[in-house]
Design a protein around this ligand. Sequence first.
Ligand code: URA
Length: 436
Amino acid sequence: MRMYDLIRKKKCGGELSSEEIRYMINGFTDGSIPDYQMSAMTMAICFQGMNPRETVDLTLAMRDSGDVLDLSKIQGVKVDKHSTGGVGDKTSLALAPIVAALGVPVAKMSGRGLGHTGGTIDKLECFPGFTAELSEETFVHNVNTIGIAIAGQTANLAPADKKLYALRDVTATVDQMSLIASSIMSKKLAGGSNAIVLDVKTGNGAFMKELKDSVALAKEMVAIGTMAGKRMAAVITDMDQPLGSVVGNSLEVIEAIETLRGEGPSDFKEVVFALGAQMLVFAGKAAETAEAKSLMESAIADGSALSKFAEFVRAQGGDAAAVYDTSLLPVASQTLVVESPRDGYVHRILAEDVGIACMTLGGGRETKESKIDLSVGIRLRKKNADAVKRGEPLAVIYGNDAAKMEAARAKIAGAYEISDKPREKEAVIRQYIFPE
Ligand code: URA
């Protein structure tokens, strides 16, 4: 078999066999298939797509490219959560401690930023000393003792996806349904949990821009997980504007902490509660989602979710004092206000452009090797449907470099569409998808 022939076949719209997909993934993992051939293949997949059978084969080949975790040493029903990626999406940071405080073991693998979207591991590294590199032993120990551990994708958990994810990030091949579904599900299946709740983003800041494509992606992932014996649910959530009020690593950590104190923005809280309620039901902690949501309210009100977060940060080497005093987190000191050019109503905010503005400031990776600046970001002072006056702040930029801040200002000014007519606020929770 030759990779050249497989690239050619896919480029011409052919279907790859199970053996061909295994050959390609094994060769890419062991380095015998180089990055440039794999890049050509992912681009061919972007243009020609993959059918459901090819997507399942790709998922299983990537799952089997490394270890499959055995979480049987962790007591209780292990429920994992994963987002398809969005702008301002700091959901795991608030969700994990809330459900862990309610007795659901959180044994979670998370990723770094991808394209214009942020990643949980980068955000957690805002806590000085925090590490997401845990041995399997420490990972299991932390979940059993404090109820929560979040690890980066270890070298040996779906290593094929790890390599492919980094390659896609810098070759504009992220936003393809089969590639996203197989990437997420290969990690989730290797992660060893019993149930998985997916947050599938939809809208201009998501990899899937149209609701119908997000629904198709959700259905595909729910079907793959169900076939592999997992309990599955997906929630389609809005990404037609950034989630919450801030974008950027440390700013998002602060917003998650505010949410754990009961002070977070309502759209963000709604997403956290929709996903968390499903996790609590799967774990048998609540009979239905309304009961689960009131349990979540109580974990915030009695402070147990916030102290669980501090306990978790400490257990992974981070400075937990920053959970209670967020001025210890890195936030850029220079600010620049983006003003509204006119009176009107915010018609939409191009979330992807806000994500790109954050990358421009240094908050995301341009290449696989880029080092990111955790302190930069954007605070949105106006969101969809808000009324605004000329000269009023639309957003505030936090940065460390005047030229980059100016470039980000132009991007954000262009991301806001102001119209004369008021518009309705859209629901942040769009749809639930369960196995068919
Ligand atoms: N998250 C992932 O883990 N993989 C993708 O391809 C997109 C989002």
